[in-house]
Design a protein around this ligand. Structure first.
Ligand SMILES: NC(=O)C1=CN([C@@H]2O[C@H](COP(=O)(O)OP(=O)(O)OC[C@H]3O[C@@H](n4cnc5c(N)ncnc54)[C@H](OP(=O)(O)O)[C@@H]3O)[C@@H](O)[C@H]2O)C=CC1
Ligand SMILES: CC(=O)C(=O)O
Ligand SMILES: [Mg+2]
Length: 652
């Protein structure tokens, strides 16, 4: 074995020649020869790694492209040394060194010069120092000025604010993510309230609708029916090997916008950027996936810019087999502990997928479970404003799908835990309305399985307003995806029999919201406790300013996922969702309550996520489902220490 100085290796190896990953891998397989390259480990100290290097080209021809790959087994052996405190793995040494330590910017191949500027993972743009410009062949490729990260953030925010159209801001953010990942995340973390509506709901909804025409650089993995039998191979095409979270959709129920087919990819991409910005999961450990089985959306099928398969949706066995191949390939490629988040599947698949895979994989359905947890948290804190216990309240939902029945079940479970009453009894406090009216016993035989537990004794009621007047709920929850369904009559009815009606308009994006914040406050004469799935600006009513909260699963899934990962959870359990709700509710302070808020602002979301992660992890340990042992003493501090930081690293 020979020892090689990394900088000279960079010099010898790349010399400004760029190559694709598949090219480099091909090179590797043709001329694998073990050698040792000086690298820097997680503590910023030099260590030796066994690399497979195509040395023939590296040494003989200084202009030839050379690929470097960590030997799989050796990398596994090194896991312990590269992990941050043994928690979320810092596989690529992104975080664990401090500012005065130097690391080599490498992924599959060592990047320098022109290719370094085009590698979003390592690019720093004008923030490359003079020394780095010399060492990495950047002279002349950048203008002379050197700026710091903070100034870059200031400039990007200034630029983004020039765009009046939200979709243009979205595109600017996506371009940035593709250009300079750390700047993207610093921007998002430091301006979360302002940028969340851009990279997430509502703007991400419009982006998905227009994804075909705004499509530039592909993000995430697209797996279609054409790939049957080859999914494992496709997973191997993804450049990062240590994946911890996958968000997967089949695009059939994108927010409240329906079937957007392959263009739903905006959702996994957006959700995963929140996993990083809000929950501290490393970008390199996140994988967005869209399963393309066709679309039944005629507009998409007829759109010349549509990017997906131009066929109607596959269903039944064909669909199940593709999903099954995907789930097996994920486990085979990334192991038992990769978290798979199902997102925006239609309910006729979502419940079955969750049930089928919850015993074999670490799976979580954000729309069913994450939404349930965030709403329960909001209700727990709302009790501080309206009084009573959960069991003293009566709940009515408009919408009995994933979100509606998921929330309903968690409320019933929590009441059952609090009172000791059986679930069959506590469910009776919860009523749901679907497109055919109130869910009642007489409809039992024709109901989908997930609605059946909610078929209570009552006369049939077809109109929602009549259901509101008949049930007289204290809490009204919109989860239908149908906009403007909480009419003036509905809100006035709620305000007529509740001093402080709790009204949650969960449907996304804003166009599908059951009512606006202004409508809720005006029609209830300022008495409503209101929150919505997509954000609304503060409202002035009768000289008072009302700030509404955002009841969105984005509060939960980043911290929830972090909690699962740091504890090495192998399965998700309902008690973990309850723990997440409690943790979120605990973050609401008296000052927030005084402002009528039932959720804390997003500005502190990383701290909030660390608390959620800690409570979730504690529950994982308590249930005996943790595989990372021993349990850290201070789980909040541990969760914080595991979080990705977008700070720039110094390159030798
Ligand atoms: N704020 C948040 O964090 C979240 C918000 N959501 C939002 O919730 C909405 C629903 O999502 P999800 O539950 O997954 O969707 P589903 O398709 O699973 O459920 C929709 C439900 O609404 C009913 N419905 C649709 N239109 C009407 C109508 N006009 N009147 C009465 N009922 C109606 C449907 O009735 P039927 O069964 O008869 O067809 C169905 O029961 C979406 O807008 C989504 O964006 C979802 C997850 C999280
Ligand atoms: C927020 C979310 O997950 C949805 O609207 O589907
Ligand atoms: Mg969703």
């Amino acid at each position: 074995m020979m020892s090689l100085n990394t900088s000279s290796f960079v010099k010898n190896s790349i010399s400004g020649v760029s190559m694709t990953q598949s090219q480099s891998l091909r090179l590797l397989s043709s001329a694998k020869r073990p050698t040792v390259v000086a690298m820097v480990n997680g503590n910023g100290k030099p260590e030796q790694r066994n690399m497979s290097v195509s040395m023939d080209s590296a040494v003989k021809d200084v202009n030839a492209p050379v690929a470097v790959e960590v030997d799989g087994n050796e990398a596994d052996d090194k896991k312990q040394t590269t992990a941050v405190g043994g928690g979320v793995e810092d596989v690529y040494g992104e975080d664990s060194a401090t500012e005065d330590h130097f690391i080599t910017p490498w992924s599959v191949s060592v990047a320098s010069g022109y290719s370094l500027l085009r590698d979003p993972h390592h690019n720093k743009g004008l923030a490359f120092t003079e020394k780095e410009r010399d060492a990495h062949y950047l002279r002349g490729l950048l203008p002379p000025v050197v700026v710091n990260h903070d100034l870059q953030v200031k400039k990007m925010m200034h630029n983004i604010r020039q765009y009046q159209v939200p979709l243009q801001r979205y595109q600017a953010m996506m371009d940035l993510q593709e250009r300079n990942e750390r700047l993207f995340y610093k921007l998002l973390i430091e301006n979360v309230e302002e940028l969340l509506p851009i990279v997430y709901t509502p703007t991400v909804g419009e982006a998905c609708q227009k994804y075909g025409s705004i499509f530039k650089t592909p993000q995430g993995l697209f797996i279609s029916l054409k790939d049957k039998g080859k999914i494992l191979e496709i997973l191997k095409n993804w450049p990062q090997k240590k994946i911890q979270v996958i968000v997967v959709t089949d695009g059939e129920r994108i927010l409240g916008l329906g079937d957007l087919g392959c263009q739903g990819m905006g959702i996994p991409v957006g959700k995963l950027s929140l996993y990083t910005a809000l929950g501290g999961i490393r970008p390199s450990a996140c994988l967005p996936v869209t399963i393309d089985v066709g679309t039944n959306n005629e507009e998409m099928l007829n759109d010349e810019f549509y990017i997906g398969l131009r066929q109607r949706r596959a269903s039944g066995q064909e669909y199940a087999e593709l999903m099954s191949e995907f789930m097996s390939a994920v486990k085979q490629n990334y192991g038992e502990k990769v978290l798979i988040q199902f997102e925006d599947f239609a309910n006729h698949n979502a419940f079955d997928l969750l049930e089928k895979y919850s015993t074999t994989h670490l799976v979580f359905n954000d729309d069913i479970q994450g939404t349930a947890s965030v709403v329960l948290a909001g209700l727990i804190s709302a009790l501080k404003l309206v009084g009573g216990s959960l069991a003293d309240h009566k709940f009515l939902f408009l919408g009995a799908g994933e979100a509606g029945t998921g929330i309903a079940e968690l409320i019933a479970l929590e009441i059952s835990k609090q009172t000791g009453a059986p679930l069959d009894e506590t469910r009776k406090k919860v009523w749901l309305v679907d497109s055919k009216g109130l869910i009642v016993k007489s409809r039992l035989n024709s109901l989908q399985h997930f609605k059946k537990p909610w078929a209570h004794d009552h006369e049939p009621v077809s109109k929602f307003l009549d259901a509101v007047k008949s049930i007289r709920p204290t809490v009204l929850i919109g989860s239908s995806g149908a906009g403007q369904t909480f009419t003036k009559d509905v809100v006035e009815a709620m305000a007529s029999f509740n001093e402080k009606p709790i009204i949650l308009a969960l449907s996304n994006p804003t166009s599908q919201s059951e009512c606006t914040a202004e409508q809720a406050y005006t029609w209830s004469e300022g008495r409503a406790i209101f929150a919505s799935g997509s954000p609304f600006a503060p409202v002035e009513y009768n000289g008072k300013v009302y700030v509404s909260g955002q009841s969105n699963n984005a509060y939960i899934f980043p911290g929830f996922g972090l909690g699962l990962i740091i504890s090495g959870a192998i399965r998700v359990h309902d008690d973990m969702l309850l723990a997440a709700s409690e943790a979120l509710a605990e973050q609401v302070t008296q000052e927030h309550f005084d402002n009528g808020l039932i959720y804390p602002p997003f500005t502190n979301i990383r701290k909030i996520s660390a608390h959620i992660a800690a409570k979730v992890a504690a529950k994982v340990y308590e249930l005996g489902l943790a595989s990372r042992l021993p349990q850290p003493e201070n789980l909040v501090a541990y969760a914080e220490s595991c979080m990705y930081s977008p700070k720039y690293r110094n390159y030798r």
